[in-house]
Design a protein around this ligand. Structure first.
Ligand code: AHR
Length: 639
């Protein structure tokens, strides 16, 4: 039977109606509904922190303000030290060689021997250091330095110490150490620079004006440091970190904790006390570490930025698949960790608390979290379960209040916290933002102890910042179980040869530093987080749009984080449910870029930065448009 004309037309009309309705709906901006009184959970007060290790010249040639490279002559080839050259002026004549049997201490058994065959006061000879890709000199600045030395014959006379510009040969600062003795001694000195412009292409030169033989060790020079700490940190980089308001510092790694071999692990007790008693060690990132930034300096860094230490202790696994069997063999490493915890937290009537006091810090540090190892999922021996359990029992027996973090899943005991790491592309993070939405709330808490969108080199580009921001919305929504998170790596020296790992949050050379777009995304997020996670839902599933909403119970402020990771503007209706009063003026912090490849560099450090403005149309329901490729934080007053 033929269908009637009417029965043919009706389905067509219905289809037309449905498609009109669908397209009308599609053209409606989606609504972000926020139930202001529906608190889903508490935001962890330690959600945003820092992770750090010696990688990419993070400390030596980075945060640690020492300007002399290879200061203790531990980095040499065929008897010649890297980064040092002879200085011979006019007819002067000298030779230098590493003397392996002459050093100022048991920890530094070697030194640089300098034999001056011919020199005069006007044509001196000596040694010069190139610093970490140049020694930065700023005008009207005071530099504090010292060196250890001994002379075969003190008649060699005074040592002149100068900062000299490589391009102009101009002496930018100079001083004299009047006499040396024939015993090892430390000679302090001060250099004052004059007027001029800041420059990096300078070297430190130590010379004598007479023939003779000398030995040098631990040649050191510091510019002014953050909080004026002796042996302290670079001011510019510390200020960038302070702007992030980090709650904690995870240290000392990362792979740097583990070392390639067991004897290359971070041996904390070899990084404390006078610098001359620190033997230095090779880092797994293939360059030597001066250990000038040692355990106490990490803790003082925490103190300076009001962060809590999250202490990683060596747990019997090093990167070349070297491991210690649980049981008797592991006991010395457990003792090492217990001593380390005592150094951090012990009163001065304990052995290691007294040692810390001797090192200049009688007050114990607050410590809540200790991490047992790093990325032990890479240990193919399968010993982590046993190693973790042994550490867990020993540490809990002495310090029951400490929260212990496992670096991978374990079965024998239940860790307090598990450390999860994510190095992803932006699109992987976009696809995985809901990762923890359905996670078990009864199990161990989560520490996202390393994460980063790895796009852009040396520092991340804007696509990476979008990936990071999207991921952070997911972490904030789940910050009832994600108690801490930190990006890695934190630092990179952008000079050739400075980077071992691409996409690092903050870049620098010897003179300046800059934040990547990812750095600014973190500043935006960590400075605007309340203490309550609010329930928020978005109509439909708009492509590559991400959000989280928190509220501060103390002042009622609402924080909306929004990420538009598409090339088109995105309009939303924002509906605040359960509010009686909304201030029409809200704060908007917005960061956007024209392309996903856009980025900041050492030469163009502020190309992409967040901009603050006021929105004047906030209400219980209002419309808001995000620009293409944008990350926004909106702060609203709603009661
Ligand atoms: O952040 C760089 C490295 O990545 C860390 O040292 C290590 O823990 C991870 O594999």
């Amino acid at each position: 039977m033929q269908p009637s004309r009417c029965s043919q037309v009706l389905p067509l009309l219905a289809m037309l109606l449905v498609s009109t309705l669908v397209s009308a709906q599609a053209s409606q901006p989606p609504t972000l509904r926020i139930d202001v009184h529906q608190v889903k959970g508490k935001v962890s007060p330690m959600l945003y922190g820092l992770m750090t290790e010696e990688i990419n010249y993070s400390y030596d040639g980075g945060l640690y303000a020492e300007l002399v490279r290879n200061r203790a002559f531990q980095d040499n080839r065929r008897g010649q030290p890297f980064h040092w050259v002879l200085y011979e002026s006019g007819n002067s004549d000298a030779a230098m060689v590493i003397d392996p049997s002459m050093g100022p201490s048991a920890a530094l058994p070697q030194s640089l021997a300098l034999t001056i065959r011919n020199a005069t006061a006007s044509e001196p000879a000596g040694i010069s250091n190139e610093g970490f890709w140049g020694i930065p000199v700023r005008p009207n600045t005071v530099y504090q330095g010292s060196f250890y030395a001994k002379a075969a014959d003190p008649a060699i006379g005074p040592i002149t110490v100068s900062l000299i510009n490589d391009d102009t040969a101009k002496v930018l600062a100079t001083t004299t150490v009047p006499t040396l003795t024939s015993d090892w001694k430390q000679y302090p000195f001060t250099l004052h620079s004059g007027t001029g412009t800041p420059s990096a292409n300078n070297r430190l030169v130590l010379t004598a004006g007479k023939a003779g033989k000398l030995w040098f060790s631990l040649v050191s020079l510091f510019p002014p440091t953050y909080h004026d700490r002796a042996n302290g940190n670079r001011i510019d980089i510390m200020e960038m970190l302070a702007a992030m308001h980090p709650a904690f510092l995870r240290f000392p790694g990362g792979n740097y904790l583990e070392g390639d071999q067991i004897n290359e692990r971070f041996q904390w007790d070899k990084t404390i006390g006078p610098l001359v008693d620190r033997p230095t060690h090779r880092s797994p990132w293939n360059y030597p570490s001066s250990d000038g930034l040692g355990l106490l300096e990490f803790l003082e860094w925490c103190e300076d930025l009001k962060m809590e230490p999250v202490l990683g202790v060596y747990a019997g696994y090093s990167l070349r698949q070297v491991f210690v069997q649980p049981g008797k063999d592991l006991e010395p490493y457990i003792a090492e960790a217990l001593d380390e915890i005592e150094y951090v937290t012990g009163n001065t009537d304990t052995k290691w608390g007294a040692e810390r006091a001797k090192d200049g810090h009688p007050t114990p540090f607050k410590l809540t979290y200790v991490e047992i190892g790093n990325e032990d999922n890479h240990d193919r021996s399968g010993t982590y379960d046993g190693r973790f359990a042994q550490f867990y029992k020993a540490i809990k027996a002495k310090y029951p209040d400490l929260q212990l973090i496992a670096t991978t899943l374990v079965k024998s005991v239940t860790p307090d916290v598990i450390d999860d790491h994510y190095y992803h592309s932006a699109s992987q993070f976009f696809d995985d933002v809901a990762h923890y939405d359905k996670a078990d709330r009864q199990g161990p808490k989560i520490f996202v102890g390393e994460w980063a969108t790895r796009e852009g080199s040396p520092t991340p580009n804007f696509n990476a910042a979008l990936g990071d921001a999207a991921w952070m919305t997911g972490m904030e929504r789940n910050s009832d179980i994600i108690i801490m998170s930190c990006y890695a790596p934190l630092f990179v020296n952008v000079n050739p040869g400075g980077m071992q790992w691409e996409s690092d949050l903050i870049g620098y050379d010897s003179l300046t530093s800059y934040g990547s777009p990812s750095y600014y995304a973190q500043v935006m997020f960590s400075n605007h987080v309340g203490d309550q996670i609010l329930d928020a839902t978005l109509d439909g599933t708009p492509l590559r749009f991400f959000y989280s909403v928190t509220r501060d119970s103390r002042d009622g402020k609402l924080y909306l984080k929004m990420v538009n990771a598409t090339a088109s503007p995105r309009t939303l209706t924002i509906r605040l449910e359960g509010v009686s009063q909304v201030s029409k003026n809200g704060k908007l912090i917005s960061m956007s870029a024209k392309t996903t490849e856009s980025t900041n560099t050492i030469l163009d450090p502020k190309k992409i930065v967040p901009k603050e403005s006021t929105i004047g149309n906030a209400a219980a329901q209002f419309s808001h448009t995000l620009p293409p490729y944008s990350i926004q934080v909106m702060e609203l007053e709603a009661h």
